[in-house]
Design a protein around this ligand. Structure first.
Ligand code: PRT
Ligand code: ZN
Length: 296
């Protein structure tokens, strides 16, 4: 493909656990993506950007080489890449809150485990050798790290290794293979990454436009706009209760001296318990509404 220098290039996973979320994020940021799922690239109709659909393992290379200015990838893949590269050339610009999992060392359920020392002299099978090696080095433990590209959880049964280190979300896979997690090497989620290379003024400007939209999407995800009325004597207490809100807007109610409308953007979930507390503090006519767009 000919790379168009006037457009941003964003690498996302072609098909897998991160694909739908990655597309969803870009759509929420207002990007209209052309094509079906089987193409390798897609043009964004209403923003100067092209998407590249690739394997998640290739995303750090693309971004670090500057083939793509942005990418969405699991922190586990990113960090493994960074530890193995002479120069990462890549930076995290947003944590995205999806694709959460943990990279964990697991032992056979029947094996005794008394802390990291138990790993000394053992063999650990993993697809993340650099991260496991760092974990061991930080604790001064010598052990063999065996790289496997898949089916890691079978290693103990096959006699390849005594321990495994793999991604865990629900824990069902470990359990099904008679393993239990004993150490956490990394807690991971999907991140938006940007190339550290100089991309020139035009792309830098496009990049900051994209970022500011994505920041807006992330900020509105849990945010709510909350409105209520209250007497002057309650304002202090109400302000203290509002979850994750900066300085609320307080305006006098016409024709009702001493009474005010309180408006605030809450950056955290607003629960029924919170509404009850606000009511108890003297608020009335409380209204919670979702926020559709926000630019910070
Ligand atoms: O084809 P491509 O190389 O692009 O995809 P892939 O098969 O390498 O990756 P994919 O789609 O499986 O995962 C992409 C990313 O999702 C990972 O790099 C993580 O950042 C994130 N993620 C979140 C996970 C999991 N949760 C997860 N549970 N990736 C893999 N798993 C696997 C894990 O390896 C194990 O086999 O799910 C199993 C464990 O799940 P539980 O629920 O049984 O604990
Ligand atoms: Zn992969």
């Amino acid at each position: 493909m000919l790379v168009d220098e006037s457009r941003l290039h964003i690498a996302i996973q072609k098909s897998g656990r991160l694909s739908d979320y990655s597309r969803g994020l870009l759509k929420d940021a207002g990007l209209r993506i052309q094509n079906g799922k089987n193409d390798l690239t897609a043009r964004v109709e209403n923003f100067p950007a092209d998407l590249m659909f690739v394997r998640d393992d290739d995303i750090p290379t693309f971004v670090s080489d500057g083939v793509c200015e942005f990418g969405v990838v699991g922190e586990n893949v990113l960090q493994e890449f960074a530890l193995g590269a002479a120069e990462a050339g890549i930076e995290i610009v947003a944590r995205l809150g999806f694709g959460r999992c943990s990279l964990r060392i697991a032992a056979p359920e029947t094996a005794e485990y008394r802390g990291p020392e138990t790993l000394r002299g053992s063999r650990i099978a993993t697809s993340y050798p650099c991260l496991v090696r760092r974990f061991l080095d930080e604790r001064g433990i010598e052990a063999d790290v065996v790289k496997m590209n898949g089916a890691v959880e079978l290693a103990p049964r096959l006699g390849i290794a005594g321990f495994v280190c793999d991604l865990v979300s629900t824990g069902a896979t470990l359990e099904a293979n008679g393993l239990r997690a004993v150490e956490t090497v990394l807690d991971s989620e999907a991140v938006l990454v940007r190339t550290a290379r100089d991309v020139g003024d035009r792309k830098a400007e496009l990049g900051s436009r994209l970022l500011s939209r994505i920041d807006g999407v992330l900020a509105t995800r849990d945010s709510k706009y909350i409105m209520m009325n209250a007497g002057e004597e309650s304002l202090e207490r109400i302000s203290a209760i509002l979850p994750g809100a900066e300085a609320p807007t307080i305006v006098p109610l016409h024709g009702r001296p001493g009474h005010f409308a309180v408006h605030a953007v809450c950056q955290e979930s607003v629960f029924w318990e919170t509404l009850q507390k606000l009511k108890d503090a003297g608020a009335s006519a409380i209204l919670v509404v979702p926020i559709e767009k926000m630019m910070l």
